[in-house]
Design a protein around this ligand. Sequence first.
Ligand SMILES: CC(C)(COP(=O)(O)OP(=O)(O)OC[C@H]1O[C@@H](n2cnc3c(N)ncnc32)[C@H](O)[C@@H]1OP(=O)(O)O)[C@@H](O)C(=O)NCCC(=O)NCCS
Length: 444
Amino acid sequence: MQKETSPDNASDPILDWFRNSSSYINAHRGKVVVISMPGECIDSPHFATHLQDIALMMTLGIRVVLVYGCRPQIDRALDKAGIAPLWSGGRRITQEQDMPHLINAVNHVRSTVENTLAILRPNVVGKSQPLRFVSGNYLIAKPIGIMGGTDYQHTGLIRRIDTEGIRYQLEAGNLVVINHLAPSPVGDIFNLESTVIASELAVALNSDKLIYFLNNPHANDAEGHDLSFIDRDVDATDLSADSDTKRSNSYLALAKESCQRGVHRVHLIDYQKEGALLLELFTLDGSGILISDSYFERLRQASIEDVQGILSLIKPLEEKGILVPRSRELIENNINNYIVIERDGLIIACASFEAFSQSNMAELSCLAVSPDYRGGARGEQLLAQIIENARNKGLNTLFILTTQSAHWFRERGFKPAPLENLPDKRQQSYNPERNSKLFVRTLA
Ligand SMILES: CC(C)(COP(=O)(O)OP(=O)(O)OC[C@H]1O[C@@H](n2cnc3c(N)ncnc32)[C@H](O)[C@@H]1OP(=O)(O)O)[C@@H](O)C(=O)NCCC(=O)NCCS
């Protein structure tokens, strides 16, 4: 029987989420994503639902490699055997006597992961096929050897990755599951760092995303502001996650290095949060911290030297009536309101932000991306930055006035609103001849 539809359906949050997520679903289809899951995540209450979410990602056409670690499980096994773990420079020294306990612990985690995966049924209507996953001899290791006088014994590094073998499995629609034990060509087993394996795999597979699960990650800039997006200012960023600062910062260093080596985006997400993966991949706000490969590109506050670049970018759009004409003087006087994306010294995108504190609102305007660079989510990055600016100022509503881009904003959570909702001050400068429509987005 057909259900009655309500005229209010458009504001149903589930419908809104579903509609808004479609652009993300399309964007991620066919992309390779490497996910790093630490042993702590496997011990956590949401472990099984994170795997279920990976299965869901795969039904949406995302190709996934899952790398898991076993640090707490190994520590417990060594403790039970009365062996004190040895560490040097943030790395475990894997002693000969550790190996049987370590292999047991890893095998135990492996069976937990594989048994949980084995009973998952990806949500395909009318079918009940199990998720297919494979583990294999995709890594060959080599010893770290002796560094600074310390012999790391069975702690190793990656020597070779069978990328062709992994790609073959991904193309067949299989989940590739990899742990951190790998043999050397002569058959010795080495203990590798799962986080490093994930980074190396992401680079070797030219992957679109590398996702690290962490314990409640938080990043702050030098002024202590919370960051949800980090570009090349990664050096000026503090990451707190887990209880171990050194370990947290090693994630940042790995993320930065992975980006420099070609991974487009690295995400740090919270394994304590149910649905963290889906929120990060399929919603504008995400759930974690994004570090992007904007290595030759940089999103930053505009300065007076950028005025010419901004003018050249927006002039053609003003001539087409898409943007309101702005004089050089106006931009110069308000340059602190602008953010830009600079690529190889060129301004390729910009946006402006104005706070109306009395009304608890902010206006996003002058959003423009150079035609040569459209479709690369730069508009979205600028929007995310403006949202962050507004939130940092404690404002709860973002609005825009637009003549031709209503749908771009609607797909990103903006809703039409009557002009009376504009802050009083902004109503006075509204130009009725342009007949721009008002759209608002709540930031709570
Ligand atoms: C709107 C704009 C900023 C988007 O920048 P971008 O970096 O290309 O945006 P993203 O990559 O984040 O998004 C691209 C998607 O938006 C869509 N899009 C672009 N312009 C759009 C518009 N006017 N209306 C609806 N959708 C639009 C693209 O088709 C693409 O969708 P697809 O991937 O499903 O094909 C850019 O197109 C632009 O500069 N337009 C001219 C200026 C403008 O309209 N500014 C807004 C003034 S209020």
